[in-house]
Design a protein around this ligand. Structure first.
Ligand SMILES: Cc1ncc(COP(=O)(O)O)c(C=O)c1O
Length: 456
């Protein structure tokens, strides 16, 4: 099939021009490598509800939603109003001291997440997983971590490993190689991470038993990439083995938190991790992260008097007993006000049930459409996140995705950009509470047009 892709045709003139300008002053023209796609990303100007509007005046139904963060869509009136009113009422953007919303949010997270007894805030999901790993190393006195192939936890050395390895470098399925995802990762950092095969309990158990004495934690996305669910027996087994071996279990719920259940994937699976990382939805569109977990582990970061690393006399002995965690903007009041309003919205009137229903409606209609064109396709996912996989074989892990028709998927996604459906090509779909039936119908129609353009 000669895929003739419309997005190449240069309709997006302003976007192209701005991107060329950006490339002169910003490496690669982009502030996050993940957001790049060829020939150039689309520069947006405005957004509202389920829609994005680009600098060329084109409108898109947005299924990226800032990589899942915007569960109530763009510019929800309640969130805009809550944050602006709150900012006016407190008279500042940030106190730089403790404040009430830190407690309110912590209490809310403790109520919603079975694995959370105490909370610390960060500014991103990356910082949340990073701090969780440091806590685990401090708690166990062991130095290495286990991470699953294909799972993403942020862009730092220990976890920027085997997120997206190719077939030549990935190694054995049951004992994957640690493949760096960036230049500049020192060899010793690579060695710190043991790569595990997702949804393969037997091979995972073997690796965990072999390395038990040196493993502080196993970190995972309970729903890989937000769309490949862990099999319940796998998660149950993993919980049991890690407990037996004294390895801490970290659920990275940055994607799944509030998106598969208000209480995250741990509430769906009824499995309690030792530590949980949150982000994205928690900030209502503002930068955020949080770590929560067992009281005895979390308390390792409590500073008490005299443990400040910046203490002037440098004589503080306690600093050696405390896990350092800090950040100028941690627990930002405006961010927490947006997050609290978001959670409140999600808790009202069966909003989550409605959101899942809309997501399932879109999934079902897309599946019917592809079936009517005899294109092997399935949607997989959980709650308000899913992905389109062009294969009818079961998808249980990262390697299973290799045999899907990703070339065709990418071509369809690029047509969709031309037809007013926004998603970074090959990325997952996230739904919001404001995507309505008209959006769904237009999206399915756009898929049909994309298929017809490519095939006929
Ligand atoms: C599962 C997971 N963990 C961690 C992160 C990093 O979060 P952030 O981009 O806020 O640093 C992401 C971001 O996509 C994620 O999906």
């Amino acid at each position: 099939m000669g895929l003739k892709v419309s997005f190449e045709s240069g309709k997006k003139v302003q976007s192209q021009g701005l991107f060329q300008k950006a490339e002169k002053v910003i490496p690669g023209g982009i502030s996050a490598n993940i957001k790049y796609f060829p020939p150039h990303p689309i520069v947006m100007e405005k957004a509202s509800g389920s829609k994005l509007f680009d600098v060329d005046g084109e409108e898109y139904i947005d299924y990226s939603l800032c990589y899942g963060a915007l569960i109530t869509g763009h510019g929800h009136e309640r969130i805009t109003s809550a944050t602006t009113k709150y900012m006016e009422s407190i008279g500042t953007a940030i106190f730089g001291t403790p404040h009430k919303l830190e407690i309110t949010m912590a209490e809310k997270l403790i109520e919603l997440y079975p694995g959370i007894d105490m909370v610390r805030y960060t500014n991103s999901g990356l910082e949340a997983t990073l701090f969780a790993i440091r806590l685990a190393i401090a708690y166990t006195g062991r130095g290495r971590i286990g991470k699953f192939e294909g799972h993403y936890h942020g862009g730092y050395n220990e976890v920027l490993v085997s997120v997206n390895p190719n077939e030549q470098e990935a190694g054995e399925a049951g004992n994957p190689s640690a493949v760096p995802e960036s230049k500049g990762i020192p060899e010793d950092k690579l060695n710190q991470t043991i790569i595990l095969p997702f949804n393969d309990l037997k091979a995972t158990e073997q690796l965990l038993r072999k390395h038990a004495h040196e493993l502080a934690a196993v970190i995972l996305e309970p729903v890989q990439g937000g769309f490949i669910p862990a099999e319940p027996e796998f998660l149950e087994g993993l919980r049991k083995i890690t407990k037996e071996l004294g390895i801490l279990l970290i659920f990275d719920e940055v994607k799944t938190g509030f998106r598969v259940h208000l209480g995250g994937a741990q509430s769906v699976y009824n499995i309690t991790p030792d530590l949980t990382a949150l982000g994205k939805v928690l900030g209502g569109g503002f930068p955020v992260g949080a770590i929560g977990g067992r009281r005895d582990i979390m308390m390792l970061s409590a500073p008490n008097a005299g443990s400040d690393v910046f203490s002037v006399d440098g004589k503080s002995h306690k600093k050696n007993d405390v896990v350092f965690h800090s950040g100028t903007y941690n627990g930002h009041p405006i961010v927490l006000s947006a997050g609290l309003e978001t959670i409140q919205l999600l808790e009202e009137d069966n909003t989550m049930g409605q959101l899942f229903m809309q997501t399932n409606k879109l999934r079902k209609q897309l599946e019917e459409l592809y079936a009517s064109y005899d294109i092997p396709m399935q949607t997989i996912g959980m709650g308000s996140i899913f992905n389109i996989v062009l294969s009818s074989n079961p998808i249980r892990n990262y390697r299973d995705m290799w045999q899907a028709d990703n070339k065709l998927r990418e071509a369809i996604d690029r047509e969709l950009l031309d037809l007013g459906v926004f998603l970074k090509p090959l990325n997952r779909y996230s739904m919001s509470t404001v995507h309505d039936n008209i959006d769904i119908r237009k999206t399915v129609d756009a898929h049909e047009k994309a298929i017809r353009r490519l095939y006929y």
